[in-house]
Design a protein around this ligand. Structure first.
Ligand SMILES: [Zn+2]
Length: 137
């Protein structure tokens, strides 16, 4: 008779790895609230993790695109401006299109590569490389 550990081992083998291949990429939605003259995106780090990009990079992009100063506070991004969540989500989508999704195959399995003063979006799925804005400001 098999012992518990062997059974557990078998069970793990049956679990398939998560694949993003073939699935439509969903841009994560921002959960934001307006407090006074500030907008707080409470799930900001989750969004960055989902997009596999640095929080500083996305934060810079949003600050520029929304013309608002902002600060990273733990997992949250605080913008010093009232911004409706629909507008934030629109900008996150733009960010994904420019810095995350491959222009060739549309997959999100990409990484940003810096070379000299240039930045490239390198697709790990199909190998395509596209230049993107190196500096957001
Ligand atoms: Zn690709």
């Amino acid at each position: 008779m098999e012992n518990y550990e062997q059974l557990l081992d078998e069970a793990y083998k049956k679990i398939k790895p998560i694949e993003s291949n073939g699935e439509r990429f969903e841009t994560p939605k921002a959960e934001s609230i307006i407090e006074g003259n500030k907008t707080i995106i409470s799930n900001f780090r989750q969004i960055c993790d989902h997009l596999r990009r640095k929080c500083e990079h996305l934060a810079k992009f949003l600050q520029r695109e929304l013309a608002s100063p902002g600060t990273l506070e733990g997992d949250r991004l605080v913008l010093i401006k009232k911004v409706p969540s629909s507008r934030i989500n629109e900008k996150i989508k733009e960010y994904a299109t420019e810095f995350v999704l491959c222009r060739e195959c549309g997959k999100p399995d990409t990484e940003l590569e810096k070379k000299d003063e240039f930045m490239f979006l390198h697709c790990l799925a199909c190998g395509a490389k596209h230049s993107v804005r190196a500096k957001i400001q």
